[in-house]
Design a protein around this ligand. Structure first.
Ligand SMILES: CCCCCCCCCCCC(=O)SCCNC(=O)CCNC(=O)[C@H](O)C(C)(C)COP(=O)(O)OP(=O)(O)OC[C@H]1O[C@@H](n2cnc3c(N)ncnc32)[C@H](O)[C@@H]1OP(=O)(O)O
Length: 253
C-alpha cells in the first residue's frame, strides 16, 4: 500500500520525466512483490482504468466489410443500457484490448514504468492498422464461451499468401487464454495442442470459437475451432490447458 501510494505520488507530483524515472528506479522491485502477491487482481477488475487508453478492439479503417459485419452482429447481441436505465439482455459483452493492460489498470501506471517500460502486448505491438493482428473478442459468460473475430494482416505471412502457423498459434493462445482468464482469474498457458487443417489466406477474416471444457482445481481446460467467417471451412482446432497462478509467479515468486 505504502509503495503504491508512493509511486502514484511520485508520478503525480514530479513532472520532470528524467527525475521521475530516477526516483522510481530507486524503489526495489522486490518491494512491490508482497503487494502484487497479496492482491489477487481478477480480470473483472481490469476496467478500473486510470486514464483513457486506446482500445484496439474497436473498428478502424483497415477492417474489411466482413470484419465489420461480424463485429456489428456480435455487438448487437451485447448487453446494452437502454433509455430509462433498463438493460437490454444479450448475454454477450465485448472485451476491450490495450497494448499494455498493466499501464491502464488502477495503480498500474507506475508499475508499467518499473517493469520493462517498453514492453507491449505481442498482438498489439504495431500502430500500423491492419498490418498484423486485428481482432476483437466477445465473451458470453453464461455459456462460458468466447468468439474472437480475427483479420490477419500482411505482416503475418508464413507460406506465401497464407498466415504463419506461429501467428495462428498466437491468436489461439490469446483467445483461449482470454476465456480461461475471464473464468478463472490470472492464468498461464501450460499446454497447447493445435491441428492445422487448412491454410488461412492473408487478409481473410476467421472466427475463433472457444469453449470451456472443464475446471479441475488450478487447471482450466479449454478448446477452440478456427473457421472461415461463414463457418463452412475448418482451418484449425486446438485444446489448451491454463494454470491459475499467483501474480507473484510472474515476477519469479
Ligand atoms: C482480458 C484479457 C486481456 C489479455 C489477453 C492476453 C491473453 C494472452 C494469453 C497468453 C498466455 C501465455 O502465453 S502465458 C506464456 C506461456 N506460458 C508460460 O510461459 C508458462 C510457463 N510455465 C509455468 O510458468 C509453469 O509451468 C506453470 C505456471 C504453467 C505451472 O507451474 P506451477 O504453478 O508450479 O504448477 P505445477 O504444480 O507445475 O502444475 C499444476 C498442475 O498442472 C499440471 N501441469 C502443469 N503443466 C502441465 C502441462 N504442460 N501439461 C499437463 N499438465 C500440466 C501439473 O501436473 C499439476 O497437476 P496436478 O498435480 O495438480 O494434478
Amino acid at each position: 500500500m505504502v509503495t503504491r501510494v508512493f509511486c502514484q505520488t511520485v508520478l503525480h507530483t514530479v513532472s520532470a520525466r528524467p527525475l521521475r524515472s530516477a526516483i522510481l528506479r530507486l524503489i526495489p522491485r522486490t518491494a512491490l512483490l508482497p503487494w502484487l502477491s497479496s492482491r489477487a487482481v481478477s480480470v473483472s477488475e481490469w476496467p478500473l482504468l486510470s486514464s483513457p487508453p486506446r482500445d484496439y478492439s474497436l473498428p478502424n479503417p483497415s477492417w474489411s466489410t466482413e470484419m465489420r459485419r461480424l463485429y456489428e452482429y456480435y455487438d448487437s447481441l451485447c448487453e446494452k443500457e437502454m433509455e430509462g436505465g433498463e438493460k437490454k439482455p444479450g448475454g454477450w459483452g465485448r472485451l476491450p484490448s490495450y497494448n499494455r493492460t498493466l499501464k491502464y489498470a488502477a495503480g498500474g501506471k507506475c508499475l508499467s514504468k518499473l517493469l520493462k517500460e517498453k514492453a507491449r502486448l505481442f498482438t498489439r505491438n504495431t500502430e500500423e492498422q491492419g498490418a498484423a493482428f486485428e481482432y476483437v473478442v466477445f465473451m458470453n459468460k453464461s455459456e462460458k464461451r468466447c468468439v474472437c473475430i480475427f483479420q490477419a494482416g500482411h505482416l503475418l505471412e508464413g507460406p506465401p499468401g497464407n498466415v504463419h502457423g506461429g501467428a495462428i498459434a498466437t491468436i489461439i493462445d490469446t483467445s483461449l487464454g482470454t476465456l480461461a482468464g475471464y473464468l478463472s482469474g490470472i492464468v498461464m498457458t501450460a499446454n497447447l495442442n493445435i491441428n492445422y487443417c487448412s491454410p488461412i489466406p492473408l487478409g481473410s477474416v476467421v472466427l475463433i470459437d472457444s469453449v470451456l471444457d472443464k475446471v479441475e482445481g488450478r487447471k482450466t481446460f479449454v478448446s477452440c475451432q478456427v473457421t472461415s467467417s461463414d463457418g463452412s471451412k475448418l482451418h484449425t482446432e486446438a485444446t489448451g490447458l491454463f494454470i491459475s497462478i499467483n501474480v507473484g509467479h510472474l515476477f519469479g515468486g
